[in-house]
Design a protein around this ligand. Structure first.
Ligand code: FE2
Length: 366
């Protein structure tokens, strides 16, 4: 792993994988899967940045069950006779989701830079972990090192060997490097909202952007999320998810929940109602959210909801303050897709189970 800053990460976007590689220095990197070479290129020019991204159909990596990365450090890029150092290659195995049930995922959100606190719960399923879901508010972005820490954490959990679904939270839009986040994660042509399929799972991930109006003084006029949310509504209106046995939605902010959309956070109520109509028409088995730092569950058409929804909502990450300690105790969720229901367990920082509940698979409605 000499040239890598951390393990690679295999992001799921649509029906593709987007493999992100963070290197220790600038250079050329190529990916080889089953004898096929993939390039990180801008219209034929190989990129020479630290971070490289490769897009490939899931079927290619699922079949090969492994990949290798070759890196050559940049010596000098010039008009003629550019030079690079000696090539190094490193290989990883990959385990696609081939199961049809008993699929295990760990759901993390609201880590807010406290990565160490998420490692024990992330290991809840041990070697049986099939998928990592990271749903926003990992931290604010002011230095390149913030991306290295993010990718390093994700790569520690996935070891570069299993897929991961990644969504943005409101805090991840903050800081002078936040406009560069999409270079380091999987996106649909730069968009942080998209649908996905992986094994027998399909779904979509939404991004509310910031939680206060664009004109709020703390943003200083640097945001235009109101336009972004309208673009996302167009995406939702045209979304035709691939049919799979299990179908779910992910969104950092529970935009239907009166507890979230209150006071200065009660933004764009009509737009979010429209989002709600679209999501309801898609009939996910459930939506999983974060943001509140408190576990909550909304039943279908919950009395605390701002508009009707036929699917349940789990707010599945939490903080708890501990007397005498500066940092809170974090909790996340372990998810298992059984044949006809999805089981979710809230798990504490020490990986002990706090509470378990299940949602029926609503495939008859789709
Ligand atoms: Fe948040």
């Amino acid at each position: 792993m000499a040239f890598l800053s951390c393990n690679p990460n295999v992001f799921v976007v649509g029906g593709d994988y987007q493999l992100v590689v963070m290197c220790e220095e600038l250079g050329i990197c190529t990916l080889c899967v089953g004898g096929e070479v993939f390039y990180d290129t801008v219209d034929g020019i190989l990129k020479t940045q630290r971070c490289h991204k490769f897009v490939l159909p899931q079927s290619v990596l699922d079949e090969a069950k492994g990949y290798s990365l070759t890196f050559a450090p940049l010596i000098e890029k010039k008009s003629y006779w550019s030079t690079h150092g000696e090539e190094q290659t490193v290989s990883f195995s990959f385990r696609p989701i081939e199961k049809t049930e008993e699929i295990h995922a760990i759901y993390l959100a609201d880590i807010h830079d406290m990565y160490d606190k998420a490692l024990t719960p992330a290991r809840y399923f041990g070697e049986e972990l099939d998928l990592l879901i990271m749903n926003g508010d990992f931290g604010e972005l002011n230095r390149e090192e913030d991306f290295v820490r993010l990718l390093s954490f994700l790569g520690t959990v996935t070891r570069g060997e299993i897929p991961l679904i990644f969504g943005r939270g409101n805090h991840d839009t903050r800081g002078k490097m936040s406009e560069n986040l999409t270079e380091y994660i999987g996106t649909e042509h730069g968009k942080t909202y998209f649908d996905f399929t992986v094994g027998p799972l399909s779904g979509f991930i939404l991004d509310c952007g910031e939680d206060k109006p664009d004109a709020h003084e703390v943003y200083g006029g640097f945001n235009c999320f109101e336009v972004f949310r309208h673009q996302e509504l167009c995406f939702l209106k045209s979304l035709k998810p691939a049919p799979r046995p299990y179908f779910f939605a992910i969104c950092h902010v529970p935009f239907m929940y009166s507890g979230a959309m209150t006071g200065e956070f009660a933004i764009m109520p009509e737009l979010y109602r429209e989002w709600g109509r679209c999501v309801d028409a898609l009939n996910p088995d459930f939506m999983i959210c974060g943001h509140m730092h408190k576990h909550s569950r909304l039943v279908p058409n919950d009395e605390r909801s701002l508009f009707p929804h036929g699917y349940p909502v789990a707010i599945a990450s939490a903080w708890k303050s501990v007397e005498g300690e500066t940092l809170p105790r974090l909790s996340f969720s372990a998810i298992t897709w059984h044949k006809d229901e999805t089981e979710i367990s809230y798990i504490d920082e020490d990986a002990s189970v706090i509470e378990t509940f299940s949602y029926p698979t609503r495939r008859a409605l789709r």
